[in-house]
Design a protein around this ligand. Structure first.
Ligand code: TRP
Ligand code: SF4
Length: 331
């Protein structure tokens, strides 16, 4: 008896350089967890990066390589998942053009993140065709590989909704070519930055997967803890401490309970608590750093992985484009 076909998972991330713990726990870890049960295709969304960063592309190539190096160092496996770069699959642009023909402008103008970002990034000229068409390009990414499940954060919800509408419209007009993609929201833990705001490169408050053990130590030591614990003898509240979410991620269960208890009873000092966390974090991050060192010791390795992933992705894409041409009665 043949195995039932695995569902197709498709996801991308814009190339933002070295992966930090927010990116890892929010997306990349999930990608790694999915690669055994699903047929996964993961890519660097470098064309999407151009929708906002077209004026300065100087960092894009290096950011792509750095990001993929981190993906591999945390266990994303090119034997299990197709790992590639969006711009290396020209059919992406072709399918985006076709989807552009059938997408009403009103749908795009109504996307809440579109208006928000226009406001937020007011210093850039974002009255462009490409920026408005962000969800059209995203639909092409997904449909090109017949993606069924799309692991994304809640921030992508409105984009994914448009993707579903575009696919439905295509299927309704020309025949069922594409599955309707489903969002795969998975619970993502809270990962605050060093200053307590969301961990983000633009806030400069990150811990990177590739930070050295000493970097991790210095960064954790600099973190703000429960602000109400002015003295060692004041009882603390892990619920308002920035450090505690990291214990939840990196410390074993029994130790978490102990941290919680001792913090509330003021029998644990914050400095000791930080040292405790640093030990656990570095124990988890050491093997990742080791793998990264192995990968970077092989010059050209990441490029080769992306080269091979590109070949596989283009093969999948051209088979889809054949079906698109047939459905649309193009030659
Ligand atoms: N828009 C996504 C983000 O900013 C990246 C992305 C581009 C994507 N194309 C995709 C995610 C297709 C899932 C599927 O994070
Ligand atoms: Fe935070 Fe630990 Fe200090 Fe409690 S003891 S406030 S959990 S650092």
């Amino acid at each position: 008896m043949s195995e039932p076909a695995k569902k197709i998972v498709l996801s991308g991330l814009r190339p933002t350089g070295r992966v930090h713990l927010g990116n890892y726990w929010g997306a990349v870890k999930n990608w790694v967890d999915l690669q055994d049960q699903y047929d996964c295709r993961y890519f660097v969304a470098d064309l999407h990066a151009l929708t906002t960063d077209y004026a300065d592309t100087s960092a894009i190539r290096e950011s792509t390589i750095e990001a993929v190096t981190d993906w591999l160092s945390v266990g994303l496996d090119p034997e299990k998942a197709v790992i590639f770069v969006q711009s290396q699959v020209p059919q992406t642009a072709e399918l985006a053009l076709i989807f552009g023909m059938i997408t009403p402008l009103g749908w795009l103008e109504r996307v809440p993140t579109y208006k928000e970002q226009l406001q937020e990034l007011r210093e850039r000229e974002l009255g462009t065709f490409g920026f408005l068409g962000y969800p059209v390009l995203m639909t092409a990414d997904i449909a090109l590989y017949r993606g069924q499940c799309v692991p994304v954060g809640k921030d992508q919800e409105s984009h994914l909704e448009i993707c579903r509408e575009i696919v439905r419209r295509f299927n309704g007009m020309y025949g069922e070519v594409f599955p309707e993609p489903q969002a795969l929201y998975t619970a993502t833990p809270k990962v605050p930055g060093l200053d307590g705001r969301k961990m983000s490169k633009s806030y400069g408050n990150t811990i990177a997967l590739s930070d050295s053990a000493d970097d991790v130590k210095a960064k954790v030591m600099s973190m703000v803890t429960d602000p109400k614990r002015a003295r060692r003898t004041d009882a603390g509240d892990p619920g308002t401490c920035n450090l505690f979410p990291f214990h939840l991620l990196y410390s074993p269960k029994e130790e978490i309970a102990q941290v919680d208890e001792e913090c509330r009873a003021a029998t644990r000092g914050c400095v000791d608590c930080k040292k405790h966390l640093i030990r656990n974090m570095n124990a988890a991050l050491d093997p990742v750093r080791e793998r990264r060192t192995e990968i970077t010791a092989k010059p050209g390795f990441v490029r080769e992985v992306l080269q091979e992933g590109g070949v596989r992705a283009r093969a999948l894409a051209s088979s889809t484009m054949r079906d698109v041409a047939d459905a649309m009665k193009l030659l």
